[in-house]
Ligand binder design. Structure first.
Ligand SMILES: Cc1ncc(COP(=O)(O)O)c(C=O)c1O
Length: 533
């Protein structure tokens, strides 16, 4: 690659390296024009700055997938920095999947980039033209880095496609919801001539009787250690993730996430400018020993390896369905305490376990304030309700309540009051018991149908829990072809690829079963087998 390292000290202490005219020994390499700006006087180490510059170049398409990048020696020479500086930046980019190394032939921009998923907000104040043009309707606006992070075209969740038999994950059996009961409670509250119902709530943290009801329920059902003062009622767990990120994460902070993992969490972290650290998941959940340990000495050159936050779904890992073992739970808590990290415990569908007893929530096992617990009524009741909750460590509860005020002042009051009654009058647990029985039967119908039709060509992953399962399917078709062929026969299934950072998950699919009758489940799998076998 031909490139010139012209490094000049600018009056304000910046160095600009122009990857352009080249030393002779590199003439066999293709010319690459790439402006890199390093600021000698910045507090940020040079390797960190270089890492950010290269990552931006990749994300904004200035470096294309598959394109070869300069050798460490050539780039170091061009920029007038040490080779170690360049090597450290490259190593970080390699570990995050932006670059890939091919033995003997150099280092290249990754082909299967985590780019669209990992697209953190750029640091530039004015987005590059290519980027704004691509964004289309945003072209005349100067977006904030938060806004920039939302301009790519990668969906936040698997594309919504209707299919007569749709194995949609995360959707409860809505036709089984006791709507009569809900309507009765709604009417009760609307009829009561209490105009305070229509006013701003006195407290952005949530309706107190509802917070009491949630705290009671969590102490009983999840062995959580909490009282109502720690509960903040939010508009679904997505808002919980958004507020937690805003309150705890600064641009550039490192957040560890399960890989594969939940896109809603990942996107919230990215929008806040977090650096993502994908942590592998096995049949016992997140592999805690892969999480970095804080170095006792702060090195000015080494990229900061501290993790500020780790996001986990311990009851039923999304999407693999693994349950975080008790040993791993204790290890994770010990790791967080030792490394000064916070844990987000997303307990989105913990209520659905069939057979085995639930393991207590991480929050309840912790002796410190390192766990923020997040729950939702989207799965146990219905997602359009948009009610979830955060159980915050006591010292953080007021901060979260104020963040909630800033976001939207409060969660709608009629729904909060109705929900409090729904829980206190026993309807929630009654509905839950019914759904547990129903979903267990649906799950069995699905696993049996898969075994019958696919035999040893399918592996069913995860615990006997939740509302979806993940499968590994051995077939001669690509994942896209499997999804398309399924669609062609009226069956909707989702490839797990989207949930992976760094391109993996081939042959893996997520099948939601809670919203489908046993008959439709059997029919769906029969059709699927018909077109794949
Ligand atoms: C892992 C995970 N967390 C949370 C949620 C629920 O989000 P919400 O409460 O915002 O509806 C989902 C929904 O599918 C999920 O899969």
């Amino acid at each position: 690659m031909k490139f010139v390292g012209q490094v000049s000290n600018l009056p304000h202490g910046k160095q600009v390296g122009q990857v352009g005219n080249l030393p002779h020994e590199l003439l066999e390499e293709r010319e690459m024009d790439l402006a890199i700006t390093l600021d000698q006087r910045s507090m940020a180490p040079l390797n960190r700055q270089l890492y950010e510059e290269l990552r931006k170049a990749i994300l904004f398409g200035r470096l294309k997938p598959g394109e070869r990048v300069p050798s460490t020696r050539a780039l170091a020479k061009s920029l007038g920095v040490s080779r170690t500086t360049v090597t450290q930046s490259y190593e970080q980019l390699l570990s995050e999947g932006y670059l890939r190394a091919a033995t003997g032939s150099g280092t290249f921009v990754g082909c299967q980039l985590p780019d669209e998923l990992l697209k953190t907000a750029p640091i530039e104040t004015s987005p590059p033209m290519a980027q704004t043009r691509q964004a289309g309707s945003t072209s005349s606006f100067k977006l904030s880095s938060y806004g920039e992070s939302l301009t790519d075209t990668v969906p936040f969740e698997p594309p919504e496609r209707t299919a007569p038999i749709h194995f949609k994950s995360g959707c409860p059996a809505l036709d089984e919801f006791p709507l009569q009961q809900w309507r009765r409670l709604m009417l009760r509250h609307c009829r009561a001539s209490d105009s305070s119902l229509l006013d701003y709530a006195p407290d952005s943290q949530g309706h107190e009787p509802l917070r009491e009801a949630i705290a009671n329920y969590l102490r009983r059902a999840r062995a959580a250690q909490c009282d109502a003062d720690q509960v903040i009622v939010v508009n679904g767990s997505q808002q919980a993730l958004d507020l937690i990120t805003k309150v705890l994460i600064d641009r550039g902070d490192q957040v560890a996430i399960e890989n594969p993992g939940y896109l809603g969490a990942r996107r919230a972290f990215l929008a806040q400018g977090a650096r993502l650290l994908p942590a592998p998941v096995d049949e016992s959940g997140i592999v805690v020993e892969t999480l970095p340990v804080k170095s006792p000495v702060k090195s000015p050159t080494k990229l900061q390896d501290e993790v500020k936050l780790v996001y986990v779904t311990p009851s039923h890992q999304f999407p693999t369905g693994a349950t975080l073992s008790l040993t791993r739970r204790l290890d994770l808590l010990a790791w967080a305490e030792k490394n000064g990290a916070m844990i987000i415990e997303d307990d989105y569908d913990s209520e659905f376990r069939y057979g085995s007893r639930p393991i207590p929530a991480l929050q309840g096992l912790s002796n410190s304030d390192s766990v923020i617990y997040v729950g939702t009524f989207s799965k146990v009741l219905f997602p359009a309700l948009r009610v979830g909750y955060v159980v915050a460590p006591a010292p953080l509860a007021r901060v979260f309540a104020r963040a909630k005020w800033l976001a939207d002042r409060q969660t709608p009051m009629i729904e909060q009051r109705v929900l409090a009654d729904f829980i206190n009058e026993g309807h929630l647990e009654r509905h839950l018991r019914r759904m547990r029985t129903l979903y267990e039967k649906r799950r069995q119908a699905l696993t049996r149908a898969l075994e019958t039709h696919f035999a040893d060509r399918v592996t069913i992953l995860g615990e006997n829990a939740g509302m979806h399962l993940m499968i590994k399917l051995r077939s001669r078709w690509s994942d896209e072809e499997v999804v398309e062929r399924a669609r062609g026969c009226g069956v909707g299934i989702v490839s797990a690829r989207l949930y992976y950072l760094g391109g993996s998950g081939r042959g893996e699919f997520v099948l939601g079963y809670a919203a489908l009758s046993e008959r439709r489940i059997r029919e769906g799998i029969r059709r699927l087998a018909g077109i794949l076998n």
